[in-house]
Design a protein around this ligand. Structure first.
Ligand code: IMP
Length: 427
């Protein structure tokens, strides 16, 4: 993945999240010097299996599991300091050395209890099916210019006024929702006071660090959270998260120039999933949905919610290839399809009698869309031990070849199981 021409690589999800980026980043991080998370917050959940131990990381890049790799949380992330330290403490308890190699952008905005309260009490957020981690309200405060950044903790004398200003806004929202709950300002100040020394010890100008590392020849992996179809601009708005999940967000969210990015790897499942409400054109019927959910253990790493499942959607992934400028794809969880008699790929949508092969921005059109499928015979044998493309059964290779030609991007990696070594393409 990394060579003299490709030193800064972005990894993005090219569907609705949960594509298996954590595992890919974990494996690629072995060859990286830096791994930087550039957006989202504790709404993400990466499960990484090492031997018999599973790590679920919400905010810390999975590169942390490799000794010597430096990890950073970029300015584009909304950081929940309480859960950050819970995560750090759990890693340390499991024997991971975090000391001196985890940095937090001093420009990152904080997720405070008021954000989680507003997220939980808002019926609009419930209708979207948010993760309840306060992500939307924290980004709203950031864009509304009333957020609190990590660097504000350097000025304790100003904190009370900042917290009170945020609380005033949150309380007005809560009152509008008809909620009787209100923000506890003294408790918030107490929490910030308690966390301040620990958080400031990690605070850095991450953009500058990454820039310098790159100039010195380091390899840098920029890790996205969620997926392209949850991007606030390019996703299925309003059923999206509140950040720029696509590769454009990697530049602003890590604090480096777009021209510093050399390649973008898109991660896709061999089928499609989404959590929460919103369109999923290729969604399975209940029976197949339940079967694939069980085979793929499709339950949210953050909320435990069952994920909705469907066939691979070529319209979605082709769109993701275009908006992210994907230079290659990693197809994950191919093994989940091993027992199916036949598999399908969606090649276009029929809307009002016309076939579309571009993903529409208008959800009304998507509501009326009927997927058009190409069917493939299933391979009905285990792919779990395949380590080279040639090891895969011919029908599985035909399936992957069609994905490549349909979405206009080469497949660089295929993962066939949860373990680190179950990846084709790492040679
Ligand atoms: P929020 O990010 O909590 O505001 O949730 C907004 C939408 O994004 C909801 O549909 C969530 O289910 C979805 N979402 C947020 N984070 C993830 C993730 O890591 N994987 C999949 N979906 C997510």
């Amino acid at each position: 993945m990394f060579d003299s021409k490709r030193r800064v690589v972005v990894v993005v999800g090219a569907q609705w999240g949960d594509e298996g980026k954590g595992k890919l980043v974990d494996v690629l991080a072995e060859r990286a010097d830096w791994v930087v998370r550039y957006q989202g917050g504790a709404n993400a959940g990466h499960t990484v299996h090492i031997g018999d131990v599973s790590f679920v990381l919400h905010q810390i890049p999975s590169g942390i599991l490799h000794p010597g790799v430096r990890c950073a949380i970029g300015n584009g992330v909304v950081l929940d300091p309480e859960t950050l330290f819970t995560e750090i403490d759990e890693l340390v308890r499991d024997g991971v050395d975090v000391e001196g190699r985890l940095y937090v952008s001093d420009r990152a905005h904080l997720v405070l209890p008021c954000h989680k309260l507003v997220d939980a009490e808002s019926s609009a957020n419930k209708a979207i099916g948010t993760t309840g981690r306060g992500i939307g309200p924290a980004y709203e405060d950031k864009v509304g210019r009333r957020g609190i950044r990590v660097l504000d903790l350097r000025h304790p004398e100003k904190l009370r006024a900042l917290v009170e200003r945020g609380a005033e806004h949150a309380d007005a929202q809560l009152a509008r929702f008809g909620s009787t709950k209100r923000v506890d300002v003294p408790a918030t100040l107490e929490t910030l006071d308690r966390l301040r020394p620990r958080l400031l010890a990690l605070a850095e100008d991450v953009g500058r660090c990454v820039h310098r590392a790159r100039e010195a020849g380091a390899s840098v992996l920029l890790e996205g959270a969620q997926g392209s179809l949850l991007d606030v601009d390019h996703g299925t708005y309003p059923f999206v998260t509140s950040s720029s999940t696509t590769s454009g967000g990697a530049s602003t969210g890590a604090g480096i120039a777009p021209t510093a990015i050399d390649a973008v790897l898109g991660v896709v499942k061999a089928y499609t999933t989404r959590v929460g409400a919103g369109p999923l054109p290729t969604e399975f019927d209940e029976e197949l949905g339940e079967r694939v959910r069980r085979l793929g253990n499709e339950y949210g790493a953050t909320t435990g919610r069952p994920r909705r499942c469907g066939w691979f959607d070529g319209v979605v992934v082709r769109y993701a290839v275009r908006i992210n400028g994907l230079s290659g794809l990693a197809v994950t969880k191919l093994d989940v399809l091993d027992t199916l008699d036949r598999v399908a790929i969606c090649t276009g949508y029929a809307v009002d009698g016309e076939v579309h092969d571009e993903f529409p921005g208008d959800l009304d059109a998507l509501d009326r869309a009927t997927p058009r499928y190409e069917w493939f015979e299933g391979w009905r044998q285990s792919t779990a031990d395949a380590r080279r493309i040639e090891d895969l059964p011919a029908p599985a290779r035909r399936y992957l070849d069609r994905i490549e030609s349909l979405v206009n991007a080469p497949i660089d990696f295929v993962s066939v199981g949860t373990r680190r070594d179950q990846i084709i393409g790492l040679a």
